[in-house]
Write a protein that binds this ligand. Structure first.
Ligand SMILES: Cc1cc2nc3c(=O)[nH]c(=O)nc-3n(C[C@H](O)[C@H](O)[C@H](O)COP(=O)(O)O)c2cc1C
Length: 201
């Protein structure tokens, strides 16, 4: 599935930069990205990035998150438009990454409710037997949340908590994003150089 676009959804959990960095890295690797950003994610963006409330009045607000070189590889989809290609299993993709993934989206995927494009694209990814990776961010975890994770893990969905390692002694925040983005790329079997691997023998 190397040449097919990867679907990346940014939802309303804390850690928006995990998703932004994911798209940046994929575009540097010349991978096409189908990007969707939920409305709650925009709220979190206001808090966690330089985008301001008024930025979201523009339809192409997402362009402000990426440089022009990265934008060449991105196709942006309105997260409410379930008539677009990521909603159909007949359109082939290389899989889907939800980063960060909220507990609300986790629940919707676990229950197959598919009420927006993010949820529908995830349902399609599962039914077509493609890789789905959820970069979850919540703490502490309720039993409901844990049951939703377990339900999806049992059918092969990759549960990848936004829980960076510290054994590389990170000195800047970007190294924390890159550790998580790198672990997602590992699961997608995409080569990268985003962090130093544990090498003690
Ligand atoms: C500033 C802010 C931070 C949030 N952080 C989280 C979080 O870390 N994890 C989470 O599951 N929800 C978080 N939420 C709540 C979600 O945004 C909310 O449940 C929303 O309905 C998720 O919708 P979505 O999955 O469609 O984006 C946060 C909300 C705000 C405004």
């Amino acid at each position: 599935m190397a040449g097919f676009p990867l679907v990346v959804a940014i939802t309303g959990a804390s850690g928006i930069m995990y998703g932004v960095r994911m798209v940046e890295v994929l575009s540097k690797l010349k991978r096409k990205v189908f990007l969707m950003i939920t409305k709650p994610a925009r709220k979190v963006m206001e808090v966690e990035t330089s985008l301001k409330a008024q930025s979201f009045a523009k339809e192409n607000f997402w362009e402000d998150l990426f440089d022009p070189a990265a934008r060449k590889y991105i196709t942006y989809f309105d997260y409410q438009d379930v008539s677009t290609i990521p909603a159909s299993g007949s359109y082939r993709t290389g899989g889907m990454i939800v980063a960060p993934c909220s507990g609300a989206t986790l629940s919707a995927i676990a229950h197959g409710s598919s009420r927006d494009l993010v949820e529908r694209a995830a349902e399609v990814t599962i039914k077509e037997g493609r890789k789905l990776i959820l970069v979850l961010r919540e703490t502490p975890l309720s039993a409901i949340y844990i049951e939703n994770m377990l339900k999806l893990a049992r059918i092969g969905v990759h549960i990848l908590p936004a829980s960076p390692a510290f054994y590389q002694r990170p000195e800047e925040i970007g190294q924390l994003y890159d550790f998580i983005v790198g672990r997602v790329l590992d699961l997608m079997e995409i080569e990268h150089n985003l962090f130093k691997r544990w090498s003690k023998s």
